[in-house]
Design a protein around this ligand. Structure first.
Ligand code: NDP
Ligand code: 2IT
Length: 446
């Protein structure tokens, strides 16, 4: 591998101590693009990788808020504006107690290449807070979001930086965030956030887009290898936005989804998961997935998340969180005859799990390609906001399908061109990298 790539990986580990998630994503991307770096000395001369691994700007701030009992809390707020070479920073906001700078930087770095793959003009960024939305009232969520936006608003804008949802941030939170933004700025700049409600500038199909996009991508991948979703057994981790719409589309494609999970445990339902019931429990009641087994006789609940990967399946779709599918899980999946692993979450598989899956010739659909449908549809929401117009569900869905096909083809072709035929991970990293690299080279040393 290129000496330059090795040096940059070492530098990132040395200069960002303790940021293991960030180290992992940098290692994954830079290792993949080594053949391109070797073939193009101009990148090294322009210190391109040094610039790419350093965020353009990191904003960290205090988020004070008052709970319903009058107690004052203080959380940490983050926005990492990673790269704006091809468009305004774009990426979600995550609210979860595990959030720290390493996690936001890993997500921001991934987002740069993912957004490049979408073919749309969006740069990469990510943000969030270590605030825990679980068990909070609507009013507490609103006060937190208002406090968060009171600081964030000075750093974002529809041509500057456009946040959206991620773990713990859905339609309710985007509504509160947008209300506060609009109030402070005294302007209706709908394009400043995506994932908005349909009554105030949201796009049809954005809610479904990440899960649906994952299914469009993996369907193409299966078909390219003479297979389909019909009658396949599917396991999906998570039961949030991405998982729910992945399950819905998998069933529409004729698959049987037998399991899903939340951060406490998983449910196994050999009759097939009732997605409407999952929506009721997780989206309406904001309850625990354990409830599913209490309400459906054919289902069983198991405490703990990892065991979900020991369930026999043809297709595994990790859609919960980072590093949830480790080497041991990968071994269990392979032993049970898995054919494809498709990443709906960001970086759900550990590096050794990916290596194991690929060395066992399991089809592997990497996150930044396979889950790009969400942010791609966010960019379509921005386009509609700019036009002050909206497309029908079918129009957005068709564009999403086209984008997922183009990401699949770009990843496949780049892998082939650089001597890694069939490896979509290397392919998507190279394809995503090239557009950002060319834009940065054209724009000089900035
Ligand atoms: P949600 O908050 O809607 O759902 C997250 C789901 O994952 C919940 O079921 C949650 O369980 C579970 N989960 C969260 N953290 C953990 C954890 N530490 N261990 C086990 N399970 C956990 O988030 P999304 O569905 O939006 O996001 C899921 C993943 O997809 C994330 O990796 C996100 O970055 C990625 N993603 C999201 C996109 C989007 O458009 N929303 C786009 C592309 C990627 P519980 O209910 O117990 O919290
Ligand atoms: O990880 C992701 O791509 C997202 N959470 C969606 C980001 C967005 O801006 O829609």
């Amino acid at each position: 591998m290129s000496k330059y790539v090795d040096e940059i990986i070492e530098k990132v580990v040395r200069e960002n101590p303790g940021e293991t998630e960030f180290h992992n994503t940098v290692k994954e991307v830079l290792t993949s693009i080594a053949p391109v770096i070797d073939a193009n000395p101009k990148y090294q001369n322009a210190a391109l990788l040094e610039r790419m691994v350093e965020p353009e700007r990191v904003v960290m701030f205090r988020v004070p808020w008052v709970d319903d009992a009058g107690k004052v809390h203080v959380n940490k707020g983050y926005r990492v504006q990673f790269n704006s070479a091809i468009g305004p920073y774009k990426g979600g906001l995550r609210l979860h107690p595990s959030v720290n700078l390493s996690i936001i930087k890993f997500l921001g770095f991934e987002q740069v290449f993912k957004n490049s793959l979408t073919t749309l003009p969006i740069g990469g960024g990510k943000g969030g807070s270590n605030f825990d939305p679980k068990g909070k009232s609507d009013n507490e969520i609103m006060r937190f979001c208002q406090s968060f936006m009171t600081e964030l608003q000075r750093h974002i804008g529809q041509d500057t930086d456009v946040p959206a949802g991620d773990i713990g941030v859905g339609g309710r939170e985007i509504g509160y965030l947008y209300g506060q933004f609009k109030r402070i700025r005294n302007a209706y700049e709908a394009g400043v956030l995506t994932g908005k409600g349909l009554t105030y500038g949201g796009s049809l199909a954005r809610t479904e887009a990440t899960g649906y996009g994952l299914l469009y991508f993996t369907k193409l991948y299966l078909e390219d290898n003479g297979m389909s979703y019909k009658d396949q057994t599917v396991v999906v981790s998570g039961s949030g936005n991405v998982a729910i719409y992945a399950m819905e589309k998998a069933q529409e494609f004729g698959a049987k989804v037998v399991a899903c999970s939340d951060s406490n445990g998983y449910v196994f339902d050999p009759e097939g998961i009732d997605v409407a019931l999952v929506k009721q429990i997780k989206e309406v009641e904001r309850g625990r997935i354990k409830e599913y087994a209490a309400r459906k006789a054919s289902a069983t609940y198991t405490e703990g998340c990892k065991g979900i990967w020991t369930i026999k399946c043809d297709i595994a779709l990790p859609c919960a969180t980072q590093q949830e599918l480790d080497l041991e899980s990968a071994k269990a999946l392979v032993a049970n005859g898995v054919k494809l692993v498709g990443e709906g979450a960001n970086m759900p598989s550990t590096l050794d799990a990916i290596e194991y899956l690929q060395s066992n010739k399991i089809m592997f659909a990497p996150a930044k390609a396979a889950n790009a449908g969400g942010v791609a549809t966010s960019a379509l929401e921005m386009a509609q906001n700019s036009m002050r117009y909206s497309w029908t569900f079918e129009e957005v869905d068709e564009k999403l399908k086209g984008i997922m096909a183009s990401i699949y083809n770009a990843s496949k072709n780049a892998a082939k061109e650089y001597g890694h035929e069939g490896d979509l991970l290397v392919g998507c990293n190279i394809a995503g990298f090239l557009k950002v690299a060319d834009a940065m080279m054209a724009q000089g040393i900035v």
